[in-house]
Design a protein around this ligand. Structure first.
Ligand SMILES: NC(=O)c1ccc[n+]([C@@H]2O[C@H](COP(=O)([O-])OP(=O)(O)OC[C@H]3O[C@@H](n4cnc5c(N)ncnc54)[C@H](O)[C@@H]3O)[C@@H](O)[C@H]2O)c1
Length: 391
């Protein structure tokens, strides 16, 4: 692994136009791409395994109506690489992978499509473990699960971990406290003003934790009744969605959608800290991450602070225990502090600092693999225990 930040333009070390697929693999150090085709069911899917140094590649399956095969390939390569970093920085023994099914999630779903996909996942023998992502439903995942044990994030009724958002929200809360520690020398949220974007699953649980500690919450949602109900529950203040960016607060907690730190919102920001659960918060990482640093705003990288969801599904692989997952998500506090300190010491944006620390862990653990272990054929990680426990 190199120290190239995630989402950098493709490196294409030794690009050779005769080998576009290998170029794509090598440009960001991917290990394997599996192209899955089953004309009978109409399945067209791509599974990308980025890096398995730390363990089996885990990442969700996305169903999306991609306009071209190239767009699907680009997306799955980008997303699988992101999973490697997320697992690595979270201290998990998992690699990064992702799958995309090409099709319209509103029209093209059938039982046989997902069962066919499940058989391809199964054929990888545990090198890739899938989960639910955009465009997939619980029912779809049940069909996948009927063909392979290499599925995680399944409903509690089927022996899985169920809804991950309580663990995600707890991780976001602990990450926000770590940012407060860095900014104010105390991690207490008592009296801190927090602007919360979204009143959904993650936001609600976050709001309860923060309110319990005495934070003053300013809450917005495009569904006003949702925001109103949460505001009343936690004793906060209701804010129109477009006013949330410019509030004079200590912490901005985006828990709704991605790309919200962009050219339009940057100048409105008056907060000291951005720490929230939403994915892909920075519109253009390398531009807006740097601008936040220049403005002196502490940014908790999204994929680190919202890793509770991944920690939760990873917990399923060792026999699910919510307490243990919450405990692990609590460690996001230390991880965020390490990243903030590294970022400050090296004068680099926090998202770059976290990428480097993730790569360092992968490189260091990778080096121990040169030591022969008699357990080489049985890692004790995902897969084995998972199978016997659940089936
Ligand atoms: N649920 C998890 O465990 C988890 C894990 C990792 C990351 N995330 C990310 O966290 C975010 C929230 O996830 P969630 O599970 O709470 O989703 P959710 O659908 O329960 O909540 C999102 C809320 O945001 C609101 N919203 C949408 N656009 C908005 C806008 N412009 N302004 C204000 N509110 C708006 C929606 O109405 C909804 O109430 C998402 O970006 C998700 O990808 C969630």
């Amino acid at each position: 692994m190199t120290e190239t930040p995630i989402h950098d333009p493709v490196k294409n070390k030794k690009a050779n136009p005769s080998f576009p697929v290998f170029n794509a693999l090598q440009s960001h150090d991917h290990e394997q791409i599996v192209i899955c085709s089953d004309p009978e069911s109409g399945l067209k899917a791509i599974i990308a395994i980025h890096d398995t140094t730390l363990g089996p590649a885990l990442g969700g399956t996305r169903m999306w109506n991609y306009e071209t095969e190239e767009a699907a390939l680009r997306d799955v390569l980008r997303l699988s690489r992101g999973m490697t970093y997320k697992a690595a920085i979270s201290g998990l023994n998992l690699g990064g992978g992702k799958a995309v099914i090409i099709g319209d999630p509103h029209k093209d779903k059938t039982e046989i499509l997902f069962r066919a996909f499940g058989r391809f996942v199964d054929g990888l023998g545990g090198r890739y473990i899938t989960a639910e992502d955009v465009g997939m439903s619980e029912q779809d995942m049940e069909w996948v699960y009927s063909e392979t044990k290499y599925v995680t994030g399944i409903p509690k009724a089927l022996g899985g971990s169920g809804n991950p958002s309580p663990v995600t929200a707890f991780g976001v809360y602990m990450g926000a406290k770590a940012c407060a520690q860095k900014a104010y020398g105390s991690d207490s949220l008592e009296g801190k003003k927090i602007a919360l974007q979204g009143a959904g699953n993650v936001a609600s649980t976050f709001a309860r934790h923060a309110a319990k500690e005495g934070a003053k919450l300013f809450i917005s949602d495009i569904y006003q009744e949702k925001a109103k109900a949460l505001t009343e529950e936690v004793g906060g203040t209701l804010v129109p969605p477009d006013k949330i960016y410019g509030l004079d607060v200590d912490i901005f907690t985006p828990c709704a959608l991605g790309g919200i730190i962009n050219d339009d919102t940057m100048d409105q920001l008056k907060c000291d800290i951005i720490a929230g659960g939403a994915n892909n918060v920075l519109d253009v990482e390398n531009i807006h991450g740097k601008q936040l640093m220049d403005k002196g705003i502490i940014y908790a990288p999204d994929y680190v602070i919202n890793a509770g969801g991944l920690i939760n599904v990873a917990g399923e692989l060792e026999g699910y225990n919510e307490e243990r997952c919450l405990q692990k998500a609590g460690k996001i506090y230390d991880t965020i502090l390490d990243i903030l300190n590294y970022s400050e010491d090296n004068n680099i944006p926090t998202h770059v600092a976290s990428n480097i620390l993730a790569e360092q862990r992968i490189a260091q653990v990778g080096k121990t693999h040169k030591i022969y272990s008699s357990k080489g054929h049985f890692s004790g990680r995902a897969g084995e225990t998972y199978l016997t426990d659940r089936r």
